[in-house]
Design a protein around this ligand. Structure first.
Ligand code: AMP
Ligand code: FE
Ligand code: FE
Ligand code: ZN
Length: 283
């Protein structure tokens, strides 16, 4: 059986394994194909490529922080982008802006926490991000260090980063995101589109519009989707002719999910590879 995991994070964003450790862990977990998809960055690509074990293929990608300006309020969503040219100016500029925005927003969250007497600092959070894309899991790490919560998951509860101290990012308009990925020769796949446990999700009609705009696939098998949500999204993908993927969304010890916990069928993977023209699969 071919094991394909198309959504994994490293220390280039909010994972806890370095890119080199990540690809070695992927091979050790028996993956035949793995993708590195850090939030808003290609910063882990070179190290992952250099450390890629023989026999395991590496798909270089990213997960773009996007936003749909819906009729009521904006809804945040994540777009996986595979095999795009990282030097394409427009997409590179978008990614740079998204990373800057993450820094400003994390500083704002730290300021809010400090104003309430929470003993963490921006310098500490910045250190945890170690030069990668800053995310709320790095702030969660500071809250754990300060003894205020025990786990990352607890730090996302409504009393903390998931509510009281929630600050939105500005993010990239999702249609612009799809166009930017396509313009860089990449393949856009909507990450965990029905993850209701994370917050509000977009309506099917938006997914239809995105399909018309060039969206290539939907991530169906993901731990944040219930069986019913998976069935709905799988059926929608079938109706719209979109490719179906499944992935772990591995984040190291920031989450409990294991590499390869969910997988993508070889036929879907082959379609993604065939549609891409930015960079090749390695291996
Ligand atoms: P951010 O990108 O800074 O908005 O932070 C969101 C990130 O935190 C996502 O990449 C998730 O993987 C992670 N995340 C969201 N909710 C949780 C949770 N309950 N427990 C652990 N990680 C989470
Ligand atoms: Fe993450
Ligand atoms: Fe995501
Ligand atoms: Zn992810």
């Amino acid at each position: 059986m071919t094991r394909i995991d198309l959504h994994c994070h490293s220390t280039a964003s909010d994972g806890t394994l370095t890119p080199a450790e990540l690809v070695r862990a992927g091979a050790a977990a028996g993956l035949d194909v793995m993708a590195i998809t850090d939030h808003d960055t290609t910063g882990g690509w070179a190290e992952a490529a250099a450390a890629r074990p023989e026999g395991m293929r590496l798909v270089r990608g990213a997960e773009l922080s996007c936003r749909w300006h819906g009729p009521r309020w904006p809804i945040a969503l994540h777009l996986l982008a595979y095999l795009f040219d990282p030097a394409e100016p427009r997409l590179a500029a978008d990614l740079g802006r998204l990373r800057d925005d993450r820094e400003h927003r994390a500083e704002q969250i730290v300021d809010l926490l400090r104003a309430d007497g929470v003993p963490i600092t921006w310098a500490e959070v910045h250190d945890y991000a170690a030069g990668g894309s800053v995310g709320r899991p790095h702030i969660a790490q500071a809250l754990i260090r300060a003894g205020l919560v025990r786990t990352t998951d607890e730090a996302f509860h409504s009393g903390w980063l998931g509510g009281r101290y929630f600050v939105p990012k500005s993010d990239l308009d999702v249609f612009e995101g799809v166009r930017a990925v396509l313009g860089a020769g990449g393949v856009p796949v909507f990450a965990h589109p029905r993850a209701t446990r994370r917050g509000p999700v977009v309506p099917d009609r938006l997914i239809e519009e995105l399909a018309d705009a060039g969206l290539f696939g939907l991530e169906v098998d993901h731990e944040d989707h219930s069986p019913a949500e998976r069935a709905e999204i799988r059926a929608l993908a079938g109706r719209l002719g979109l490719v179906v993927t499944g992935s772990s969304d591995f984040h190291g010890t920031h989450k409990t999910v294991e590499l390869g916990a969910f997988g993508t069928q070889p036929a879907a993977y082959e379609k993604i590879v065939a549609a891409a023209s930015g960079v090749p699969v390695l291996g």
